[in-house]
Structures are given as C-alpha cells and as structure tokens.
Design a binder for this molecule. Structure first.
Ligand code: AMP
Length: 380
C-alpha cells in the first residue's frame, strides 16, 4: 500500500517522501482514511507504532482541503501529557508541512515557560498542541478560545490519567463544542480510561496495534549481573569499551540521574540528565544536544522519557530496573524502533534478579543474565 492511495495531497506526499517513509505502517493504513472520513478513533498503540503520523497526516490533509482564504481560528487541539511530547508532535507536524500548498500555523504550549511568551504567539494558530494545565491557564487569560474546535486528539491518554490530569482534561472537554471529531490514543485501555472513552467517543473506529511483540524481536536484550558497588564503573566500562555514541540510560529517581551524570562527566563522558526537577529549558536543550550528537549519554527517569522519539537510537541501558514490566517494555522500545534493530542492556544486581525474572515472564522473553565477575573494571 502507498501513502498516495490513502488520499493524501501531492504537497503532503512530498513531505512524507522527505521523511523517507516509503509505505504506511499498519496504524496509518487504518487511521488515515478513517480520520479523513470524519470518524472518531479509538487507537490502542504505543510509541514506536507510527501513531503520530497516523493522526498528523490526515489532520494536515484536512487543511489542504480547506480554502486558503479561510478564517484563521483554532480548529485542532492535540492534548498531550508532557512537554516533550508536545514539542515532538509539533516537530513532526512541521516536518511534514514543509511543502504544503496551504500552510497551517501550529503552536505547542506547555508549562515551565512564561505564559506571556506563549500568549503572543497564538494569533492565527489553527493547530494547537498543549499540555492540560497550560492550556487551562491560557483559556483563563482568554488567550485561547476552544469553542470552534473541529478535531480533538488525546495522545497518550493513559499517561494523562497516570499523571493526574483527569480533572483538567474533563474541564477542557466542557469548553469544546459538542459536535466535533475525537481521536484518542492510549497504550492501554484501563478502567479509568473507559469513562473518558465513553464520554468522548461516538461510534469510534477501533484500531489496536501491538508493537511490543513485533518490536521486541528487533531488540537485542542483554542483561549483566553486577554488584551495586561495581555498577557505576561497569557502566563506564560499557560506554567506553563499546564506544557508545548515543545511549539513553534509565534510572528510577531524580537524584540517581543527577549523581550518575556527575560521575560520568568526571570520567570524561559527555552526559546530561532529563527529569521532572529540571527546567523546561534545560530539558529541551539536553534533548536537542543529545539528538545532535553533542552529548553521548542522556540519563532519564521514566516520566521524562515519555515521548522522546529519537530515530535510530542504538542503545538503551536500564541502570535500574523499572517497577512495572510495562515500563520495561516501554523503555527498551526506545531502541529497535520502526524498522531498526537496537540493544537494550540491563544491569542486574542480586536483589533485582527475582524482579527481572517476573519482567521476563510478563513479556514472554527469556534473557540470559551474563556474569561480569571476570571483567576487570578497575580502570573505569
Ligand atoms: P511514533 O510511534 O509516532 O512515535 O513513530 C515511531 C517512529 O517511526 C518515528 O521515528 C517515526 O518517524 C517512524 N515512522 C512512522 N511512520 C513511518 C513510516 N510509515 N515509515 C517509516 N518510519 C515511520
């Protein structure tokens, strides 16, 4: 199947070609025609499935079908749980929009940057990507009017609820016109989400993509048994001897992230951390530098890592295991994305062994734990 057969305009197809997408992923094959037909969508899909393009492309297409002299007001709202995801979606929209005949102004708004700064950029915006809190701030200062929204996208809806945005999200829904198109994406469909789903969607087209399994096959999972005292030096040994140029490391606490970055830097490894205690500016810069290859190691907590989309990320390291197997799969899914393979390395202390066993059972994959006792890490 081709993108052209999905009914997308020539100028949009040029943007897709510029991204080197040769054919639509399954989620795109299903979602694009349904969204263009004005249907509501209930999509169960994770990052890595191609879900972003599955709603961005038809939305941009809908604008190509509108008059170039149309009224410029807010028509599409994309609600997301984190700043990183907001920035990323805006970047995806811009990357596809480079050749558009009928341009669309897209803005991303999120907390952590001055409100005034965002208020002045909003004029003539037709697509808004927003986190819930900041969106409500902008509504309360009357900088934004949601009354003429035609399409609402709720991306990573499960994460939105996990982060406690239910009330904000409900308050936002009340401000939207009753007649509109709703597109909901979530990695899971748990009970809390059922209520939102019921309230939001009308006879949705249901799309379920399970990239985990398909993705996991592309990920080379490696586990090393290492004592807590040897963990730091062993990590540096891995980074240095394998000459890792771009590695995303997961830890479970903000303090560990900062400590680890300090230690790596002291040992001549270019590293930065992203976590909830960092300012927005620092997070954006760290991510930008990491993507540009200016820093080689990015240390992240689970929350901050949501929505980080880096093409061809070759290595992910679990410096500490996450509590839930779901998060483990989500973390390692940062590598081996799309059609590329990648390495996911986990450092397993004796007290993690049992938990790692549970994770393996849940994801139905066996990962051999390799002993590192013989490895001389004294120099690291
Ligand atoms: P997402 O699930 O939206 O985060 O996308 C995951 C990754 O797949 C991103 O790096 C996209 O650029 C890439 N991608 C999405 N759709 C396609 C496609 N049709 N062909 C090739 N790569 C794609």
């Amino acid at each position: 199947m081709t993108f052209a057969s999905l009914g997308l305009s020539e100028s949009l197809l040029r943007g897709i070609t510029a991204q080197n997408y040769s054919e639509p992923f399954p989620i795109q094959q299903q979602a694009i025609p349904a969204i263009l037909a004005g249907k509501d969508i209930q999509g169960i899909a994770q990052t890595g499935s191609g879900k972003t393009a599955s709603f961005v492309l038809p939305i941009l297409e809908m604008f190509q079908r509108k008059s170039p002299t149309r009224n410029l007001h807010l028509k599409v709202l994309i609600l997301v749980p984190t700043r990183e995801l907001a920035i990323q979606i805006k970047e995806v929209i811009e990357s596809f929009a480079i050749h558009l005949k009928n341009p669309v102004k897209t803005i991303a708004v999120f907390g952590g940057v001055p409100l005034n700064q965002q208020m002045v950029t909003l004029k003539n915006t037709e697509i808004l990507v927003a986190t819930p809190g900041r969106l409500l701030d902008l509504v309360s200062t009357q900088s934004i009017n949601l009354a003429r929204i035609e399409t609402l996208v709720l991306d990573e809806a499960d994460k939105m609820l996990d982060l406690g945005f239910k009330e904000e999200a409900n308050n936002i829904f009340k401000l939207l016109p009753k007649k509109r198109q709703n597109i909901l994406f979530s990695a899971t469909l748990d009970t809390d989400l059922e209520t939102i789903k019921e309230a939001l969607l009308s006879e949705p087209v249901k799309i379920e993509i399970e990239p985990e399994v398909q993705n996991l096959d592309q990920i080379n999972q490696i586990a090393y048994a290492v004592s807590p005292e040897r963990k730091g030096p062993f990590l540096r040994y891995l980074i240095k001897t394998q000459v890792m140029q771009q590695v995303l490391i997961f830890v479970s606490a903000v303090r560990t992230a900062d400590n680890l970055v300090d230690k790596l830097k002291k040992n001549g490894i270019n590293a930065a951390a992203i976590h909830s205690k960092k300012t927005q500016g620092a997070r954006t810069e760290a991510l930008r530098n990491f993507k540009a290859g200016k820093i080689n190691v990015l240390v992240a907590t689970d929350l901050a890592s949501r929505g980080i989309d880096i093409q061809f990320l070759p290595v992910v390291i679990n410096y500490e295991l996450p509590r839930s197997p779901k998060d483990y799969v989500h973390r390692i899914g940062r590598t081996g994305r799309a059609t590329n393979s990648g390495d996911a390395i986990s450092l397993i202390c004796p007290e993690d062994q049992h938990h790692f066993h549970i994770i393996q059972k849940k994801m139905k994959r066996k990962v051999e734990i390799i002993s590192t006792d013989e490895i001389d890490i004294a120099k690291f």
